[in-house]
Design a protein around this ligand. Sequence first.
Ligand code: FAD
Length: 404
Amino acid sequence: KNGVVIVGAGHAGVQAAASLREEGYDGPVILVGDESELPYHKPPLSKTFIKDQEAKPQPLRGEAFYTGSTIDYRPGIKVERIDAAGQRLEISGGGMLPFDRLILATGSRPRVLPLPGVDLAGVVSLRSLADARLIRELSAQSEDVVILGGGFIGLEIAATLKAAGRKVTVVEAVDRLLGRAVAPVIASHVRQRLEASGVRILTGTTISRLEGENGRVSAAVTSSGERLPAQMVIIGIGVVPNVELAQAAGIAIANGIRVDQQMRSSVPEILAIGDAASYRHWFTGADVRLESVQNATDQARLAARTILGHADAFAAVPWFWSDIGDMKLQMVGLTSGGDSHVVLGDLGENRFSIYHYAADRLLGIESVNRPGDHMLGRKMLGAGFSPPPQSVAEGPDGLKAALA
Ligand code: FAD
């Protein structure tokens, strides 16, 4: 028996290994990852790790987990090729690794920007612990930091480095922050608070080139010709899924490795989960590829069940969080396509939630420093319960009672 091989030891891959054991799988479980560390939590990297020279990475599971659950974790190994018909992998260094079932948990990588000067030292992006260590090191030598991209990662880093005493400028190409990920009222609230904390934000602005001195970045020049001094430039303009391995093996790709409701790719013995996988979402009926810890871990649990012969379909409630300075953003549901909303709480107090509706159906809730609404939303959406907008306006107590 060759067992299950998991490619990628991030949030999805490690959970898949754990869930296989929890579900009672007793064959070999081999977890192959191209990073050299014990698998770690990514979210703290942009929120705390880069501002604290002493911070330690937070392992997803302790070392004892791998030995205790007989999970064969193989760090520092890159899978180079999948032989789908022969059910084996070619790994870096030239070896072959056979499998009965394969789980692709290859994640995503930062989108690169074709910009004059991107190869200068001091131009970085943040995905891995190695990236975070480099940013931390560069931050100690930088007074001015320019961040390209006003999405979650860019803004988290902006708030974190501002708190560490750097002069931070965020440059965003479109005319608002956070793309279409959150409602405009949240985006402008975040902008206002970040600016009040001293972060400079330029929307509707692109960078036309980066300038350097002796091979190191020294400035970013905007489309309008302003020269922004920078000893570090961080590019945070989104990610692309790591699909090349699957694609070269002839597996169907559609903005990600395409999977069905049981996480099976177009080759049924090969499953895909996490940032790299795309699928039709049960909640909206739309094709999605979600980039969140929740999506990665819930898909991992389901993939393990599929391998053990269960046929339940993916039905987890989508949720996400982001900490930007003193704002804890929490999102539950998928709110695109909403046509009305109800606001609870107080923007001035930095504590409010937006309940999004399409007709009379609750699509989701976006909260700033109101974790109670978020938890309630997870329960309501999980139970298929959609309270009428009028009862939301009366506050959460009635909703809790109706749900109980
Ligand atoms: P990953 O965790 O990226 O793991 C994929 C792994 O596969 C990587 O280690 C990669 O090196 C490896 N790999 C790829 N190809 C190969 C190969 N050929 N051979 C071997 N190994 C390979 N989400 C939230 O919900 N909330 C947050 O607050 C949040 N904050 C974040 C902050 C940062 C700085 C980052 C980078 C991400 C954040 N995310 C957050 C997103 C979240 O971390 C991802 O959605 C999650 O990591 C996806 O898990 P994954 O296992 O699919 O991919």
